[in-house]
Design a binder for this molecule. Structure first.
Ligand SMILES: *Cc1c(COP(=O)(O)O)cnc(C)c1O
Length: 394
């Protein structure tokens, strides 16, 4: 194993770390997959927006680009991170609300089909929104029990009764990455639609939604896109899907002519029909700096560093935490940008670690998740983090 200093010296992306604000009492931040660090540029962008746009343009700002900012950022995100041509991605509401809207639209676009498929290990909000829509529409939830989910597991449950399949591309616990192109093709052969949750992919792992023929996708912007606490999520609705897409929260800004104040809702053409109310402009500011930085660094280089960071973390946990169980794949080809190790003693050491400025993530019942945000995390931080965990256990 190379040492951290050698890896940091050889890291072509190392210089980007300086662009993030540093927290004086944090030695190792290993939770960028829950809340990314702010870029210094975002401090200026927020101040500039308040002073020169909100403060000086006032209501006129809505006609000077604010209204369509979410779609413009969506197009940038599509180009830089998720392999989507323009006009299919927008910033919207929270991931949870977008899941609800897209799941409802998808099941309604497959009338006569009675089932929604999701895996038991998926993130709670994904499972809860599926269960909620199924109850509303009189559908059955068909659970995939396996974890990780394989193409064969999906093939065993998806069929002529499936309206929609909802899966996370990278699993939030294990970081296992699913074969999205194969699963999407399989679902389509059965006539079902697919919604991919990209919360733990976007900004760290490239996806190619257009090339994979994906119908729908959502993802957070406060994880690897560093948009800040509660920054609004993105939705992708493919051009093909837009013709039949009808989401349930019919608001004025998702209508064809918002400012005629007309009677009767008529959906806007294109991706704008995902929207409901006034776009959360301030929440969209910081992610723009991160998307620009990702474009500068390049998704391929970012993925390469993510793989190197997770390889390094696994080598360290093997060596220093011999009694813990690795819950993430050893094969980097099917691994996202975090590494999870399980040990029943982890619950008792989290507050000690936080006091020392070592911040990994804990997931019940016994998992420590090392979230390795490629542009802001150094190899030295990973080593300090794993060494501190080992020391706390002793
Ligand atoms: C983080 C995460 C969410 C969060 O949804 P919010 O509406 O932003 O709270 C949803 N799904 C997955 C898979 C996540 O990892």
């Amino acid at each position: 194993m190379n040492d951290a200093a050698t890896l940091d010296t050889a890291d072509p992306l190392a210089s980007h770390r300086r662009k993030f604000l540093q927290s004086p009492d944090v030695i190792a931040y290993l939770d960028g997959n829950s809340l990314g660090r702010p870029l210094a540029a975002s401090v200026d962008r927020v101040a500039e927006f308040m002073r020169d746009q909100w403060g000086s343009r006032l209501i006129r700002g809505w006609d000077e680009g604010w209204m369509t900012r979410g779609q413009a950022i969506g197009d940038d995100l599509g180009r830089v991170c998720i392999g989507a041509a323009p006009g299919q991605t927008t910033i919207g509401d929270s991931t949870t609300v977008l899941l609800y809207k897209l799941i409802r639209a998808a099941v309604d676009a497959r009338p006569g089909r009675t089932e929604v498929v999701i895996d038991r290990g998926n993130f709670p909000t994904d499972r809860y929104t599926v269960e909620g829509v199924a109850a509303e529409r009189g559908l059955t939830v068909r659970w995939i029990e396996a974890a990780p989910v394989t193409v064969a597991d999906v093939a065993a449950v998806v069929g002529a009764t499936t309206a929609l399949l909802v899966l996370s591309h990278v699993d939030y616990r294990s970081a296992h990455m699913l074969d999205a192109p194969a699963i999407t093709a399989l679902a389509h052969r059965a006539g079902a639609l697919v919604l991919w949750d990209l919360c733990h992919s976007v900004g760290a792992v490239p996806t190619w939604l257009d090339a994979w023929g994906v119908d729908l996708a959502v993802g957070c912007t406060y994880k690897y896109l560093n948009g800040g606490p509660g920054s609004p999520a993105f939705a992708y609705v493919s051009t093909a899907m837009q013709g039949i897409f009808r989401q349930p929260i019919q608001g004025w800004l998702g209508s064809r002519h918002p400012f005629t104040m007309a009677h009767g809702f008529e959906p806007a053409p294109g991706i704008r029909s995902v929207l409901s109310g006034t776009p959360p402009l301030i929440g969209m500011l910081a992610m723009q700096d991160m998307i620009a930085l990702i474009e500068e660094a390049g998704m391929a280089a970012i993925r390469a560093k993510s793989v190197a960071l997770t390889e390094f973390a696994i080598a360290l946990t093997d060596e220093l935490l011999p009694d813990a169980t690795l819950a993430s794949p050893r094969d980097c080809a099917v691994r996202g940008s975090h590494v999870t190790v399980n040990d029943d003693r982890f619950t008792s050491i989290m507050s000690t670690l936080w006091k020392q400025g070592i911040i990994p993530d804990f997931r019940t019942p016994n998992g420590i998740r090392l979230g390795l945000s490629p542009l802001s995390t150094s190899f030295a931080e990973v080593e300090m983090g794993v060494r501190a965990i080992a020391a706390a256990l002793r």
